[in-house]
Design a protein around this ligand. Structure first.
Ligand SMILES: Nc1ncnc2c1ncn2[C@@H]1O[C@H](COP(=O)(O)OP(=O)(O)OP(=O)(O)O)[C@@H](O)[C@H]1O
Length: 360
């Protein structure tokens, strides 16, 4: 998948801006705060229908304006597609492919896979399990539409079960039978999600190690450990054994909505023992492994969004990274940097077709 053109109207800081991209490397250079990351975020939005920052959708509309649009021409094998996203302030967003709106926004996920490497990635290590679950979900959803469907249904059913638990508490009443109506759907959707998460992480691990070895040149053994209540129990067992606790808490305390990923180095938590550099190298390796898996499973090369990458790695490492990405035929790359010369030097060394856009 190659993005040939991108036009934004009222997207974050950009009133109106258009780009004709190189099929290989594209760099956005300019001072701090000129809107470089906002362009990568628009590309992320184009890919998964939401901002990378995960904040309210309305924050993506330029202040004082009533809507934003993202329009793009995408080369998809032999044919070209036009993707248009319109978000009015007063109503829901619409995503259209070749002038036809998707029935469900979820149907767009996976059409244009992407992977972002950004300074915010460190939150994956420091934040709560929720951000790691989101990361895992976006990663798998880009390769498997059934997974996304199961996840949406699972979340809806958990919400209904929680609403019933709250209702019982409010009315000082309890009816086990009506609560158990949710057991089957939660168990079916949840177990499928568990199996897929487990398999995905298992396959990801050797690839993370492969890239970590290349990037860090280190001898550490790194791994991603998938933690789930379902590892030791069936879903039915979990729901029945936690029913009293759930009544008190008025929410479903056990299930795959509590899963987590533990990032380890030599068997210890990387959060606790990893140096800044080791954590950065690990995160970049994780993202490269994500590209690799997406490509293997879908046959599509995800677009790679590298935000402030020089903040993470020195110039030589960045060159190595881009060379590696090119060598493995990963796909189109978008980079932001504050220093034009530095970017030019790195791109020159790689001898690939590139374009540099100065943002002011
Ligand atoms: N909805 C919005 N309306 C108007 N401006 C916005 C909106 N959302 C973000 N901005 C502005 O976008 C700017 C930040 O843009 P961005 O993060 O893309 O900059 P950058 O060029 O990547 O900077 P840096 O080099 O520091 O990372 C800020 O000035 C912010 O106020």
């Amino acid at each position: 998948m190659i993005i040939n053109k991108l036009s934004l109207i009222n997207f974050k800081s950009h009133s109106e801006v258009s780009f004709d991209f190189s099929p290989q490397i594209n760099c956005f250079v300019g001072n701090n705060g000129v809107g470089k990351t906002n362009i990568l975020d628009a590309l992320h939005y184009l890919s998964v229908g939401k901002s990378f920052l995960g904040n309210s959708d309305l924050n993506n509309i330029k202040s004082e304006e009533d809507f934003f649009t993202i329009e793009s021409e995408i080369q998809n094998d032999e044919k070209g597609d036009v993707i248009k996203i319109l978000h009015p302030r007063e109503s829901k967003k619409v995503i259209k492919k070749n002038d036809k709106a998707y029935d469900r926004l979820a149907d767009h996920i996976g059409y244009l896979p992407s992977v972002m490497i950004s300074p915010y990635d460190s939150n994956l290590i420091s934040d709560s399990g929720e951000s790691r679950r989101k990361f895992l979900d976006v990663m798998i959803s880009q390769t498997d539409s059934v997974y996304l469907f199961d996840l949406i249904q699972y979340q809806k059913t958990i919400q209904q079960r929680n609403a019933l638990l709250k209702n019982f508490a409010k009315n000082r009443y309890f009816d086990k039978d009506s609560l158990e109506i949710y057991d089957d759907p939660i168990s079916n959707f949840g177990t499928r999600i568990f199996e897929k998460r487990k398999e995905f992480v298992e396959n990801l691990n050797p690839i993370v190690q492969h890239y970590y070895d290349i990037i860090s040149g280190g001898k550490e053994k790194v791994s991603v450990v998938y933690e789930s209540h379902l590892s030791d129990n069936t879903f039915q067992e979990l729901l029945s054994s936690s029913i009293d606790k759930d009544r008190v808490l008025t929410y479903t305390s056990k299930g795959i909505h509590k899963d987590d990923l533990i990032f380890e180095m030599n068997g210890n938590s990387i959060k606790k023992i990893g140096s800044q550099g080791q954590q950065k190298s690990f995160l970049v390796s994780l993202k490269l492994a994500q590209i690799n898996r997406i490509k293997e499973l879908t046959g599509k090369s995800p677009i790679l969004l590298l935000d402030d990458i020089f903040d993470k790695l020195d110039d030589t490492r960045v060159s190595q990274l881009i060379e590696l990405v090119n060598k493995e035929n990963f796909g189109q790359i978008f980079i932001t940097d504050t220093h034009k010369e530095r970017t030019e030097n790195v791109v020159k060394r790689i001898h690939e077709e590139s374009k540099i856009f100065e943002i002011s």
